[in-house]
Design a protein around this ligand. Structure first.
Ligand SMILES: Nc1ncnc2c1ncn2[C@@H]1O[C@H](COP(=O)(O)OP(=O)(O)O)[C@@H](O)[C@H]1O
Ligand SMILES: [Mg+2]
Length: 210
């Protein structure tokens, strides 16, 4: 099964969610592979420092991505793909090939506006794959419950026609995880809330339980 994490906007949490997801799936006992399709290779570096058995490939073109997805999808139970910023051919390829798509979005007017272009493209891709559409989840990220834009973000998935499986708060633990080369559930008590939020999201997407 191919799981793509994408949004045309940078800084919305694609890499954070993709890396956590791959580690979580592996810890659940699934053979998990990772494809980094962002030229910045942040997730490749993050996973390299994690001391896990997750194989990572970085790809720089949609042709490479397609070849890699075909090969890895046969070898692994799950292939997690971290998407690049921008609406490139690579992003479109993920939209066409992924079985599950997580679409993180931050609570800023700019993030929301940028997301609309990607969501439109996603709608077009879903139309093309009418018989076999992806399961798409909108993931509000960096949410602060007392902030107006965050509350709007939590409601917008319905207007967009996208599923909502959970959301992540703005938490220092998520920001620290990459720098410390770890995942939030290995960071102890100070990352309890972050751990609860992200595992709740994954359980809902993959097991349908809250
Ligand atoms: N929920 C969150 N709370 C706090 N910081 C976050 C959260 N999600 C992501 N970040 C931070 O925001 C920045 C962008 O996240 P990243 O996952 O790299 O986004 P993208 O891959 O979409 O560019 C990083 O510094 C990351 O640590
Ligand atoms: Mg990234």
């Amino acid at each position: 099964m191919i799981v793509g994490v994408l949004n045309s906007k940078g800084g919305v949490g694609k890499t954070t969610i993709a890396v956590h997801l791959a580690v979580w799936l592996m810890e659940q006992g699934y053979a998990t592979a990772f494809v980094d399709s962002d030229a910045q290779k942040s997730s490749t570096e993050w996973i390299a420092g994690l001391d896990t058995a997750i194989p990572v490939t970085s790809v720089l073109s949609s042709k490479e991505l397609i070849d890699e997805l075909r090969a890895q999808d046969k070898a692994a139970d799950f292939v997690v793909v971290d998407g690049p910023a921008g609406l490139s051919e690579i992003t479109r390829t993920i939209m066409l090939y992924a079985d599950v798509i997580l679409f993180p979005c931050g609570p800023s007017a700019l993030d929301l506006r940028a997301a609309f272009a990607a969501i439109k493209k996603l709608g077009e891709a879903q139309t093309l794959r009418s018989k076999n559409p992806a399961r798409v989840y909108f993931v509000p990220n960096k949410v602060q419950k007392n902030q107006r834009l965050s509350r709007e973000l939590l409601n917008v998935s319905e207007d967009l026609g996208l599923g909502l499986a959970g959301w992540l708060g703005l938490r220092q633990a998520f920001a620290d995880a990459a720098g410390q080369g770890t995942v939030v559930w290995k960071m102890g008590r100070r990352a309890e809330k972050a751990t609860f939020e992200i595992t709740k999201l994954f359980k809902e997407v993959f097991y349908g339980t809250k």
